[in-house]
Design a protein around this ligand. Structure first.
Ligand SMILES: [Zn+2]
Ligand SMILES: [Zn+2]
Length: 113
């Protein structure tokens, strides 16, 4: 792969509670809407300089969902959240890093250590 990291072949909203991403290496990431909304890295949610979280996850509505998901160029997705938040962009690289499955969380810990 030229880009060096996996690309999503499909981004699917499921049951109003999940976002399922299928990757070109066959991996499937199953995000809950709430999890992904809480991980938003935009300037309104994370301080650009200190990287301190501004967003308090407890303020995210329990029924948060992506009303729409647009693709930004060839490198990211931008969800339109039901709470009106639209400025969060998830690059494919970030999205893959956020994959909540055991395999990805384990390898993230290994590389981060
Ligand atoms: Zn945000
Ligand atoms: Zn994974």
């Amino acid at each position: 792969m030229a880009t060096g990291y996996p690309q999503p072949v499909e981004v699917r909203r499921q049951d109003g509670t999940h976002i399922i991403v299928t990757w070109d290496d066959g991996h499937v990431s199953d995000f809950t809407n709430h999890y992904l909304r809480a991980k938003c890295q935009c300037a309104a949610c994370v301080d650009e300089w200190t990287r301190e979280p501004i967003l308090d996850p407890s303020t995210i509505p329990a029924d948060i969902h992506a009303a729409e998901i647009s693709v930004v160029g060839t490198y990211a997705i931008q969800p339109v959240w039901s709470d009106g938040h639209t400025t969060g962009i998830f690059s494919f690289e970030l999205l893959r890093r956020l994959c909540p499955c055991d395999t990805c969380q384990q390898s993230a810990q290994e590389t981060g250590a």
